[in-house]
Structure formats: C-alpha cells, structure tokens
Design a protein around this ligand. Structure first.
Ligand code: SF4
Length: 701
C-alpha cells in the first residue's frame, strides 16, 4: 500500500514515472487508472475542449513489399487487386474534402517499389494546390523512400517539405520493440529507424504524431517500453503533437487472433496518459473502438477525438467499419460534457469551433511548377528506384538512419545469404512465378554504383537477383559490367554464396545448346580487367584451385542431376572480352587449350568473388555452338547473326524459361551447403600479415 500511495502521489503531483512505476500501473484497477489519467488530462488541458479535425485519409497505393502480418490492406506487387491512385480520382477526393470543410489530408500508402520520390513530391504538390494540409508519409514510408532513392532521410524530408509536406503521421510504429517488429513485420523499418525518421523530422521543424498498435504479440512490458521510447525522443525534440494508441484488428489478416476489448483499450489509454508526461494530446480511436467507447475514453485521459475521416480504408480492410459524421462527433463530445473544437493537423484551434465552416488551411499553397511530375507513371522519372544507398557520411551502414549511432544495432532488413547473378531482367522470371518480392536496392560502393539488386523470399529464404547486363535489353556488355560494385553490393547485403547463371557457347561438341554445364575451371582470355579490388596494393595474390567453390558446385550438381535437362558436371570455361564474338581461329585456339565453353561473363567475376571470400559457382546453359564448329551462314538481323540454328534457339528458350524454377529448387540446397570450403578464408594470409583487418569493408578505405 505504501508503494501504491507513493505512486499516486507522484502521479497527482505530475512527477515523472520511472520504468518500474510505469510497469506497476498494470496492477491498478481500471477505474483508478481512469481517475488518475483524467486528472493528468486536466493538467494538460484546463479548458473543457475536445478537439477533432475534419479530413480524409487518402491511400495512394495498396501495393506493398512489406507484407506485415497484421495488415489486411496491402496487396503484393503484381496482384490484380493492387492499385496506384490516378490523378483524376485524387483531384476528385481533394475537391470533395474541400467542399466538406476539410482542412487536410492524411496521406499514406504501401511500400511500392515502382514509385519514386518524384511521384511523392507530385502528390504533395497537388494536395497543397487544393489548399489542403498534407499530414503524410509515416516513418516506414520515409525510410523506404530513403532506401529506394539512395538519399539520406533528411534529404528526403527536405524535398517533401519543399513540396509542401506539413506534418507526419506516427503510423507504422506498432510496438517499438524489435522482437515484436521482427515477428509482425520483419520487412519494415526497425525501432531505431522509426525513431530516426521522427528525430530527423522534428529537427527539420515538422510536427508529428506517434501511434501504438497493441493487442497482438507484445507483452504489457513491451507496451511500456514503447511509451518510454516515445517519451525519450520527446524529451529531446519536443516534436510529437499527440499520441494515438489503437488496438489491432485481426479480421482478414494473416496474424489473426482476437481483438483487444474495450477494457484493455481504456486501460492502455489511461496508462499512456500517465507515462507520456511530455506529449500534450491523447487521441481516442473511434475507428477501432466505435463512438461510444471513444466517448468514455474522454474520461480516461483522452482530449482529442481524432478525425472525421471522410474516407478510411486501412482499418476498414480489417472488417471494422465504424463511421461518424462531424455532427455525430460533436454530439458525442457535447453529451459527455465537453466542448467540441475543430483543429488542424498540428493541433491549432481552427475558427468556427463547433459551428460554421472551417477556415482555410493556414499554410499557403506550395508553389508547383510541375505538380504532376511522376504521378501515376511509376518509375518513369528519377532514374532507377533504389532501396538503399549511402548516407552522406559514406557507404557503410547505409541501412541505418542518421540516428543510427544512438541506436543499438538492430536486425538487418532482408539479409540474403544467396545471390544469383543472372541474365538481363532475370528478376522478372521470379515475379512471374509469384515469388514474394521484397524490393530492390542499388548500392553505392567504393567502386561506384551497383546494378539493381532485387530481393525475394521463397519458403523462408531471402535471396538476391542481379542482372549483370542491365535490366532491359543488353545495355551493359560484359566488358563494361562493374563487377566490383556488384560483388561488393552483394557482400554488403549479407550474401555469402553466389550462383552465376550464364549462357556460353559450346567449344566441346558434346555440350549441346540447351544442355546445362557446371564448369570447374577457367581459362582467362580477357583483356583489360579490372580483375582485382586491390590494384597496386600487393593483395589478392590468391591461388586459383579450385576456381569455383567445391561445396557450391557439389550442391548444384546434386540438385540438378535428376532434372529434365542434360547436365555436364565439369567443363573449362574460356572467358573472352567482347563485346564482339570470337573468330573461328580464336575458337580453334581455345579448343586446343582445352576449353569446353566460351563466354564473356565469369571473368573477372569469379576472381573478384574470391577476393571478397564469397562462395561462387556457375551454372551455364549452352546457347550455341561456338564459331566455326558448325557451318552457319551469316544472317544479319537475327540473334548472333545466325550463329545458332532455329531448333537450337528453341531448345535454349526451354531451358531459359526453366532457369528460375531450377534456381528455386536449388535455393534451399545452396543455402544449406556448409561453408566447409576455404572460400571464406581466401584472404587469410593478408589478415595474418596485418595488411587487412577483420572487417572486410575496411579493406577498401
Ligand atoms: S501496414 Fe503498411 S507497410 Fe505493412 S503491409 Fe500494410 S501497407 Fe505495407
């Protein structure tokens, strides 16, 4: 009882609660908590106003690579139910919002890999052009935009602010504990990343809200942890305007389970009011609880009724369809003994109070020379979307926010252990197979920008796909591929094993077009390089036997032996430079030297992979007989100018069409293959000599 009295005394005198005291609140009964929270509410708001905002939610896309288990709203890329809001519909919604007296828009959407920062800027400009405030883009979206564009969080925010972004909603917080986040939404930003976006936004002068979605996998202690994390950041920045706890709605979600009841909701709400002694406003969630519980919540610490939500889709997708008009909200507030008061998105009272038309948004419309740029034209402008890139401080730790130095290292998002370096646009083969797409990254490395790395998940295994010759056509001939950047990027993402998928010609005539070959040796006939990560440094003097990782080769051979295509489990791959094809005399020379296949891709890729201590093996599908082995007339305008006969091309198409399937079959075997090989220690000699350190990234600085 003495402990309880001390707790009551602290609360009633407005003193800060410690973690232990906050945890002890769970032991208090609901009505006691309500009474204490109500007292705290009146300390914050001595006037009997209960505020609300007239606005609508606009969801610009439901396509999302995050796939959160609690979300019934999203559709994966490629889904026929996926949408990106078109401009006409957007403008109609905005006009309607204005006509209904709305002062702003809550703008949120899925993490859509096809949209670019230009698109988001265009959206914001259009909304501001209608004189509406933009309360937009939750931290996971901002984090995604940053990774996609390769720009630091502050730069992304700066561009959105310049376009007219007015404030940020606190969505995507769920529970700010990585144990929970990893289970609920492993592909979404971490606790640290969420806080980093909010910290950056506050420092740029944006006000934001904070939310908590509870009642799923978290413990009561983790709810307290969440509150403390918000409280800590608020101490530092003061940028949170309001806190909005709401309960998980399980219908139509893969997580399922039961929704928290109103008892638990009110208890959590009251505890939020008591712990968050530095966040002024506490919002009810009538969307999840209904108007009547929301009305009662006004006696449990809440002072804000949220939004009229002219439109709401996300909670509705989870089967909850409470709807309230402005008049109904006013009535609920009035009949509970309070005075309804309209506000804007940063909690300023708006003229009109409980009656009359709302005044215009106090912010001037953002100038917009070209508000439509990028809108509804996914990927059209702004270059290739990029999921991750360097912060201004360098390329290291590019998955971390600027605030990362203050956060304990969290789990890395989407770490693939296996990568496939493949032909042009190979990622589309996996899309077509419906493999779960996690997005793409372009990494800035010490050797320049990598090709896009597409991340997929298949049966619980995350893997990467990189097209060495570009995404469309054959724009990057072998001699011009930035192999160093590509391999560095893969290693940087966490890849340990690389399967190179390539399409050589046959020098050995038993290897016919359409056959598979797992080469075991290389003859390097290329010129020009670069063949090493360490030019002029005396490093990389590495033995090349075995050339390919024996464990990986063995796994590939074992897996494909019983497959539908003839398989050769050894072969010498002769690498030439190109971009031209070889002459008949060169092929005769290669044959005399013991070559079985000829192509342009595996060198210097294989040598560089070894310098990065990656396991690397190649799976070749033969596409033609090399020059001079068959009598083939020159045919301008067709593939290889007629080097491959039509029936050979048809066989090759078959194997090509099956490659993604073969990779998916291989994937678990490759992932499980032990790294008992020497690949992970190929630079050991230099480590022992002290030429390089244990952290591989430092080798290049
Ligand atoms: S909650 Fe947001 S990020 Fe998660 S799946 Fe739904 S739309 Fe995507």
């Amino acid at each position: 009882m003495a402990v309880e009295n001390r707790l009551f005394h602290k609360i009633q005198s407005g003193e800060r609660l410690s973690r232990q005291e906050a945890l002890a609140l769970w032991d208090l009964d609901l009505l006691t908590l309500g009474r204490l929270a109500d007292q705290a509410r009146w300390r914050f708001h001595p006037e009997p106003m209960v505020t609300y905002v007239v606005d609508r939610n606009i969801n610009y896309t439901n396509i999302c690579v995050s796939g959160c288990r609690f979300c019934a709203f999203f559709r994966p890329p490629g889904s026929p139910e996926g949408f990106v809001l078109d401009e006409e519909t957007l403008r109609r919604k905005l006009t309607e919002t204005r006509e209904l007296g709305g002062s702003g828009v809550l703008l949120q959407g899925g993490l859509n890999p096809e949209l670019t920062l230009d698109y988001y800027e265009g959206l914001v400009r259009i909304i501001r052009g209608h004189g509406l405030h933009v309360h937009g883009f939750s931290p996971p979206e901002i984090n995604f935009f940053s990774r996609q564009s390769g720009l630091p969080i502050t730069e992304v925010l700066g561009r959105l602010i310049a376009a007219g972004l007015g404030s940020i909603p606190g969505g995507g917080a769920e529970i700010l504990v990585d144990r929970v986040r990893q289970s609920l939404s492993p592909h979404k930003c971490s606790t640290c990343d969420w806080l980093a976006v909010m910290a950056a936004a506050h420092k740029l002068g944006l006000r934001t809200t904070a939310t908590m979605m509870f009642g799923h996998l978290e413990t009561p202690d983790e709810r307290i942890e969440h509150l403390l994390r918000i409280r800590d950041l608020q101490d530092e920045t003061g940028g949170f305007t309001a806190f909005i706890p709401w309960s998980f709605q399980p219908t139509n979600t893969s997580l399922g389970g039961d929704a928290a009841g109103s008892w638990e909701y009110l208890k959590t709400l009251a505890i939020s009011r008591l712990v968050l002694d530095n966040v002024k406003n506490l919002q009810v969630s009538w969307v999840t609880q209904g108007g009547k519980v929301a009305q009662v919540a006004l006696a449990f610490g809440a002072n804000d009724f949220g939004s009229t939500m002219i439109e709401e889709n996300v909670v509705a997708a989870a089967g909850v369809t409470f709807r309230l008009s402005e008049a109904e909200i006013q009535h609920l507030i009035t009949s509970a003994g309070y005075v309804p008061q309209r506000r804007d998105h940063v909690y300023r009272f708006l003229g009109g109070g409980s009656q009359g038309p709302v005044g215009p948004c106090p912010l001037p419309p953002a100038p917009s020379p070209n508000p439509l740029r990028g809108l509804n034209q996914p990927g059209e402008s702004g270059g290739s979307p990029r999921l991750s890139g360097p912060s201004k401080g360098g390329w290291e730790g590019s998955l971390r926010g600027e605030w990362g130095s203050r956060c304990s290292p969290g789990p890395t998002l989407n770490s693939p252990r296996v990568a496939v370096i493949a032909r042009v646009g190979a990622h589309r083969d996996f899309w077509e197979k419906g493999v779960r797409y996690l997005g793409k990254e372009v990494r800035l490395t010490p050797f320049g920008e990598s090709n896009p790395v597409h991340l997929f998940e298949h049966e619980g295994l995350v893997f990467a796909v990189l097209s060495r010759h570009g995404e469309e056509g054959y724009h990057v001939a072998a001699a011009f591929v930035n192999d160093r950047a590509n391999l560095y990027a893969l290693k940087d993402l966490g890849v340990e094993k690389v399967l190179a998928w390539c399409a050589p010609g046959a020098i050995n005539e038993v290897m016919e077009p359409g056959h598979l070959v797992v080469p075991d040796d290389i003859l390097d006939e290329t010129r020009g390089g670069p063949y090493t990560f360490f030019p002029g440094r005396g490093l990389g003097f590495v033995r090349q036997n075995p050339v390919f990782c024996p464990e990986l080769r063995e796994a590939v051979i074992r897996s494909l032996k019983s497959g539908p295509f003839p398989l050769h489990d050894h072969g010498v791959y002769v690498a030439t430079s190109g971009p031209r094809l070889e002459t008949p005399a060169e092929i005769r020379k290669c044959k005399m030297l013991g070559g079985d296949l000829v192509g342009m891709t595996l060198v210097p890729e294989v040598f560089l992979a070894r310098e990065l201590e990656l396991c690397y093996a190649a799976l070749c599908y033969v596409v033609n007989f090399a020059e001079g082995l068959r009598n083939r007339p020159f045919q301008p305008g067709v593939l290889f100018e007629g080097l491959a006969a039509p029936e050979e091309v048809a066989r090759v198409r078959q194997v090509e069409a099956a490659m993604a399937e073969l990779v998916l079959r291989l994937l678990p075997i490759l992932a499980a293959a032990p790294r008992a090989c020497a690949c992970s220690r190929l630079m050991e000699r230099y480590r022992l000599r002290g030429d390089i350190g244990p952290e591989w990234r430092t080798w290049f600085t």
